[in-house]
Design a protein around this ligand. Structure first.
Ligand code: HEM
Length: 389
């Protein structure tokens, strides 16, 4: 029995080590395969081939256009810089002939965004694997009590799973938009990849509403439990007891780490939702101009009369940055909620947690809940033994 347990622990450690190596390998392989990621050297993207009769800038077949006598250099410089003219049709953006920012946006999106995103994702996996190797699974120090208390009600778990499942679908379909062509396209081939991506796009657009609903439900239910308190500082100073066995700083329903996660998910989720809505209804909103106006009140110096095209470029970039950051955070959350901590999953599974788990990880909350339960039990016994009048 002891031997097979040791073998299990050994196998888990091997798995964690493999995950760490795989995370690193993933980062290295992906980085090497992004054509856009190498944009520093501005190498041409082999996936984007110019038409056969295209004139390659700087190539042997370059023909310098002849400038007419009345060629207005200054005017064309302004056009190249994005001069917005007047048009009599409703589509205001048709008044802009050249939007050079598009090239900068494309380089940013296919370069640093994709590259740093990969490093971030790989780093989360590596950090978690190393943490597991060093700390192992956080056990219930006093063992299972065999008695449970209710941690989350049905509506709380409904809200959490609506948020969680929708987030995971959005994350996978969103990652496909960023990385699919480097990772899935070579494996699936063009036709299947196109079908998968189209399905992913529809899912992404519609599941976004489930995510917003989950965000709203969990915000309403949990915001009162996530207000900062002085105890959070002690919890943080002790590293939440995560690093040392047997250390359990007191906490109410949510500890400081969970409060940080809560606010990251709420604020990040709101930001992702707003930028997502402006992508879902293109050229209809001015989320960034309005946000920049507010930020300028507190000392920033950001452009406030963005063109509709610039609005879209800011929206896609910001949406991608926040999504990647949240995915990194959520990878750690899923680890702690499943493999990383004994007894934790029950809180969101059945809603009932072991009393010893509760006393160790949320002692102040557990004390209060147990007192309430004892009060109810005493009242029930009292009602039974009091003779009817
Ligand atoms: C397979 C995926 C997931 C699992 C297994 C999981 C598990 C859990 C568990 C067990 C708790 C309760 C912790 C406790 O009792 O103290 C929890 C809480 C929470 N989860 Fe998840 N979760 C998952 C995905 C997500 C996702 C994708 C999000 C957000 C996008 C999310 C957001 C939250 C929040 C805000 C809380 C409350 C604060 C906290 O406990 O950290 N979860 N989750």
């Amino acid at each position: 029995m002891k031997k097979s347990f040791e073998m299990l622990v050994h196998m888990r450690r091997m798995l964690a080590a493999a995950a760490a190596v795989a995370g690193l390998a993933l980062a290295l392989t992906l980085t090497a395969s992004f054509p856009g990621a190498l944009a520093q050297g501005q190498q041409p993207n082999p996936n984007v081939r110019p038409p056969a009769n295209a004139v390659i800038p700087g190539g042997p077949n370059v023909v310098q256009p002849e400038r007419p006598g009345n060629y207005d250099v200054e005017m064309w410089r302004k056009v190249r810089e994005g001069l917005q003219g007047q048009v009599s049709i409703p589509d205001r953006k048709a008044g802009q002939l050249v939007q050079s920012g598009g090239e900068a946006w494309r380089n940013l999106r296919n370069g640093p965004l994709v590259q740093y995103g990969t490093w971030g994702l790989a780093a989360s996996i590596v950090v978690i694997a190393v943490f597991y190797l060093l700390r192992g699974r956080i056990a219930i120090d006093h063992g299972w009590a065999g008695r449970t208390i209710t941690r989350f009600s049905d509506i709380e778990r409904f809200g959490h799973w609506l948020l969680a499942v929708s987030f995971i679908i959005l994350a996978l379909t969103g990652l496909n938009v960023l990385y699919g062509r480097y990772v899935l396209l070579p494996i699936l081939g063009k036709q299947i990849f196109a079908d998968v991506t189209l399905l992913g796009k529809w899912l992404h657009n519609y599941v976004a509403f489930a995510f917003m609903a989950g965000l709203l439900i969990t915000f309403v239910l949990w915001v009162v439990h996530n207000m900062p308190s002085w105890r959070d500082l002690i919890w943080l100073a002790k590293g939440g007891g995560m690093l040392v066995k047997g250390v359990h700083p007191p906490s109410w329903k949510f500890n400081a780490g969970q409060k940080i996660l809560f606010w990251l998910v709420m604020l990040g989720g709101l930001s992702i939702s707003l930028s997502g809505i402006s992508l879902l209804f293109p050229f209809q909103t001015a989320v960034f101009s309005k946000t920049f106006v507010l930020l300028n009140y507190v000392g920033f110096n950001l452009p406030t009369n963005l063109t509709p095209v610039q609005e879209m470029q800011y929206a896609t970039t910001w949406h991608g940055i926040i999504a990647l950051a949240l995915i990194c955070v959520i990878i750690a959350h899923i680890y702690i909620g499943t493999l990383g901590m004994e007894g934790a999953f029950d809180a969101m599974g059945s809603g009932q947690v072991d009393v010893n788990w509760a006393k160790e990880h949320h002692s102040l909350w557990a004390e209060e809940e147990l007192k309430k339960m004892e009060g109810v039990a005493a009242a029930e016994v009292g009602a039974r033994v009091t003779p009817a009048e």
